[in-house]
Ligand binder design. Structure first.
Ligand code: USQ
Length: 385
């Protein structure tokens, strides 16, 4: 079985990915420095329920499922740490989530902007440098974001676009126009990756992922009963929009639609993130290839999401209202949006769509923790301008 190194293994996606690959029999090394927990607590943000510390959750996972996941606590923005990990583990595949993932956090002040820029670019650079110098045949799977493309007035292709110009033609990375500093670091990551791929023949898959939702990351949800859940954030800084709306509906807080609510994005269930990453890990990729795939299963406007949550909440007897509040971000609120997403489906992705039942299940689960929801953490505190 392949040796998989997971960077950012303590995070919302990193932890389910660690469990997923380990339970499928891969040899897994999980790395993190728990910075996300520290950032969140410094911003007075907190997950809906507390989880074990990183090393303790790995130990519990190993004990409950008779696994042998190794873990390392290290700052991956330091090259010496990555060098040591790559040299000793010699991964076949690296899954890189180790970035500051919040757009609002990156827009809060200079210190947080600098941290986002330095951390995100340094971790990506360190991975590429370690691959170049230590493991040139390792496959890097990097989590990018659909937000790299922004909302252009043409169809969004999967990574590349053919340009015909003055009688000549060439293929380029699709134009990007991100709408936060965080999203811009992902654009810069992609440029850095493309330089290393075309110059040193590395092999990289860059997954352009939309906002993820969900709590349960396995089909039977056994991790929820075993103290191995992922972190579920619902606050204005670290919660993604659908997870926030679910918590708001449970708390009886009017759903916070920013602006007119026509902002449309490609969404996916956390279960499908795991499917996509595994499909990417097992796909053929050659040295010198940069494979960019758009990772989402369906598109919704914020208004559509709010209506879906409202009708699920009302069917469960909750009094759920919607409030269009002033948009704290600078983004188009009405726009064309037609991204292509066929590569992952061609590899076998079987989408878990956002049905009424999925919404009700999330609402019912979050309802167990209703008293833990702190409504002071809901309204947006950070403005772009
Ligand atoms: N929004 C609301 N109300 C809210 C929260 C958000 O209307 O209470 C709107 C935002 O203005 C935005 C949309 O919902 O138009 C999505 O916002 P989000 O906070 O769920 O997602 P975003 O900040 O774009 O970032 C998230 C993840 C990030 C990932 C990205 C994918 O935090 O790590 O890269 O989704 S994407 O949006 O496709 O770039």
């Amino acid at each position: 079985m392949k040796k998989i190194l997971i960077l950012g293994a303590d995070g919302y996606l990193g932890w389910p990915t660690t469990m997923h690959f380990a339970r499928k029999g891969y040899e897994v090394l999980a790395a993190d420095n728990m910075i996300k927990r520290q950032m969140a607590s410094a911003c007075d943000s907190a997950p809906l329920f507390n989880n074990l510390k990183f090393k303790d959750r790995v130990q519990r996972l190993n004990k409950l499922y008779c696994l042998n996941v190794s873990c390392v606590e290290a700052d991956l923005a330091e090259y010496e740490n990555i060098k040591k990990i790559f040299t000793e583990f010699q991964p076949d595949t690296v899954i890189h989530y180790a970035e500051q993932p919040s757009a609002p956090y990156s827009m809060m002040d200079i210190e947080k902007a600098q941290f986002t820029l330095n951390n995100n670019l340094n971790v990506t650079f360190n991975c590429l440098a370690a691959m170049q110098n230590i493991c040139p045949d390792t496959h890097l799977i990097k989590l990018g974001t659909m937000g790299e493309y922004g909302t252009p007035n043409i169809d969004i292709e999967e990574g590349w676009i053919d340009i015909h110009h003055k009688g000549r033609e060439d293929r380029f990375i699709f134009p990007r126009a991100a709408s936060s500093l965080y999203h811009t670091t992902k654009v810069l990551d992609t440029d850095l990756i493309w330089f290393y791929v075309r110059t040193y023949g590395l092999k990289v898959t860059d997954l352009m992922q939309g906002p993820v939702y969900g709590i349960r990351s396995t089909s039977n949800g056994d991790e929820l009963n075993n103290g191995l859940s992922t972190h579920f954030y619902y606050d204005d800084i670290f919660g993604t929009v659908l997870n926030r709306f679910i918590a708001q509906s449970v708390a009886g807080f009017p759903l916070t639609v920013y602006g007119s609510g026509g902002q449309t994005r490609g969404y996916l269930n956390i279960i499908d993130t795991l499917q996509c990453v595994e499909l990417a890990a097992n796909a053929n990729i050659a040295n010198g290839q940069l494979n960019i795939m758009n990772q989402f299963t369906e598109t919704f406007s914020v208004n559509e999401l709010a209506s879906l949550v409202q009708s699920a909440a009302r069917s469960l007897g909750l009094d759920c209202t919607i409030n269009n509040i002033k948009n704290p971000r600078k983004e188009k609120e009405e726009h064309y949006y037609n991204p292509v997403s066929t590569k992952l489906k061609d590899l076998g992705l079987s989408p878990n769509l956002l049905t009424h039942d999925v919404l009700c299940e999330m609402i019912e689960y979050v309802s167990f923790y209703k008293n833990e929801i702190d409504i002071k953490k809901i309204s947006p505190r950070i403005k772009w301008t």
